[in-house]
Design a protein around this ligand. Structure first.
Ligand code: AHR
Length: 495
């Protein structure tokens, strides 16, 4: 007979805490990610608070957004913070050379960003400019934001409306230094990093955790060199990896209307994240056995061909059930590496790449990815628990296959035990037995996200085509069996 898939949670062996920052967001000056999507300005007819859309902020609050990374991305290495302070109508107008060569009027700057963070109750992650900036410029930005003194810069902050220093939770020295940040080698960057951090002075209570810009995909040199060369002042090394269905930058694949072969390759390519994290951890464990430095996956998500007829520089794409499954698979991987992966940021929050929210003028919709983030909220700051999956099925296309079920479990801050289950197979449902510490479990209460079509998605005409539904299972004969539908995500409390 066919052995049933079983998931066994070892509640007696708590692992590391899943830092809430693993559920971080990323908002870059890119396309309509900030302008239109979130920022409409205080004069707009669209209801807003200090220029930020009430509808979008309200929906994001439900995700308990722990932190937001800003202002880029590639944009960060051409961003000069002084352009974004003072009266908005006097700010210089620039060209966003990375993203569509559109004008950037600098309406959103440091003060506006901190307003957004405050509205969301989120921590801030500011990405500094090493590419076209200077040590002095970064050092002065930190002084402007965090100095309680009467220095000219601190007084300028007060004149611009902020009396108290801000706490800058995280600050990164450049972005993608191997590419858009300056096409450097890691050794060169390691020296620049030490140079910059020497001069990032802030009072202890306002001082950011500093992040070094690291590698991507299968390149572990950055994590290796940085953890070897930099001995202090580095909370984390960043790492970027995007899921591209075809694996090729030219012809990435469409967000909807794709063939099953691309559903499959999307699953396959997403699961590579685990291998990349392991490879980075291996070099970090050698250089930093005490695990002082985190691996911050500060860009991840699906990257498709842009929607037909939209600006290629705006990275606007639809978001389907497939994206929700991708998000859940990544979460389950991140949880497993909670010892090092202490922050991640999905790219990006609104209207860009794998977004939570899409907007069209005054309308907005919540994407399937939004729903996955919402379902996983109990995992923020939860204590990870070991999970063993036995008799796992295989989802195969041709000669290749991926595991059918992905599972993760944690003890939430509320004391409850949570389990997350993902079925990667778009055609076959499966039964999964859930055991806790070998003893079995009585019932499971939570939510299910699935749909009939692989590319089911929400539109402005039908904004609720994909949304979670209540999901329960009850033990019978001492056995808790979950009927996990094809292409689905379940997050539930187990009692
Ligand atoms: O998220 C879009 C872009 O992808 C970022 O600006 C850059 O860091 C990466 O290449």
């Amino acid at each position: 007979a066919f052995a049933q898939v079983s998931v066994t949670i070892d509640a007696a062996k708590p692992g590391p805490v899943i830092n809430k920052a693993v559920y971080g967001q990323f908002a870059e000056h890119l396309g309509t990610g900030i302008y239109e999507g979130m920022w409409v300005g205080p004069e707009s007819k669209i209801p807003n608070t200090k220029g930020w859309r009430n509808d979008v902020v309200g929906a994001l609050k439900e995700l308990h957004v722990p932190l937001v990374r800003w202002p880029g991305g590639c944009f960060a290495d051409e961003y000069h913070w002084r352009d974004g302070i003072g009266p908005r109508d006097k700010r210089p107008v620039k060209v966003n050379t990375n993203w569509g060569n559109v004008t950037e009027n600098n309406a959103v700057g440091t003060h506006e960003f901190f307003d957004l963070a405050e509205l969301l109750g989120a921590e801030v992650y500011i990405n500094g400019n090493l590419g076209t900036g200077s040590v002095q410029e970064m050092s002065e930005w930190i002084e402007y934001m965090t100095s309680p003194s009467k220095s000219t810069l601190a007084e300028l902050r007060r004149k611009n409306g902020r009396e108290q220093p801000w706490k800058v939770d995280y600050f990164a020295v450049g972005n993608e230094m191997w590419g858009c940040g300056g096409n450097m080698k890691p050794d060169h960057y390691a020296d620049l990093y030490k140079n910059v951090t020497t001069f990032l002075r802030a009072p202890k209570e306002y001082r950011p955790q500093i992040i070094a810009s690291g590698g991507h995909t299968d390149d572990v040199k950055w994590a290796d060199v940085l953890t070897r060369e930099v001995k202090n002042d580095m909370a984390g090394v960043s790492f970027h990896y995007y899921t591209i269905p075809t694996g090729k930058w030219e012809g990435k694949g469409a967000a909807t209307g794709f063939p099953e072969s691309q559903w499959f390759s999307t699953m396959q390519n997403t699961l590579r994240m685990d291998k990349f994290i392991r490879a980075n951890k291996a070099v970090m464990d050698k250089n930093d056995p005490q695990k002082k430095v985190g691996l911050f996956v500060d860009e991840w998500g699906t990257w498709y061909d842009v929607e037909p007829g939209t600006n290629a520089g705006f990275l606007y794409q639809q978001n389907s059930l497939r994206d929700a499954v991708v998000a859940a698979l990544n979460f389950n991987i991140f949880h497993q590496h909670a010892d090092r992966v202490r922050m991640t940021n999905i790219a990006q929050m609104v209207n860009v790449l794998q977004a939570m929210i899409l907007t069209d003028k005054d309308k907005m919709l919540l994407t399937p990815t939004y729903h996955a983030f919402r379902m996983y909220v109990p995992f923020q700051d939860a204590t990870s628990l070991p999970v063993a999956v036995k008799n796992n099925g295989k989802y195969s296309v041709g000669n290749a296959s991926v595991p059918q079920v992905s599972a993760s479990a944690a003890r939430g801050k509320d004391g409850k035990l949570y389990v997350a289950l993902v079925n990667t197979d778009p055609n076959k449902a499966t039964d999964v037995t859930v055991n806790v510490g070998g003893a079995g479990a009585g019932k499971l209460t939570g939510q299910l996200l699935t749909a009939t079509a692989m590319d089911a998605h929400n539109t402005f005409a039908q904004p609720e085509a994909v949304k979670p539904t209540a999901f329960n299972a009850q033990a019978s004969g001492g056995k808790l069996t979950v009927k996990l539908p094809a292409k689905s995500v379940v997050v539930a409390a187990v009692e």
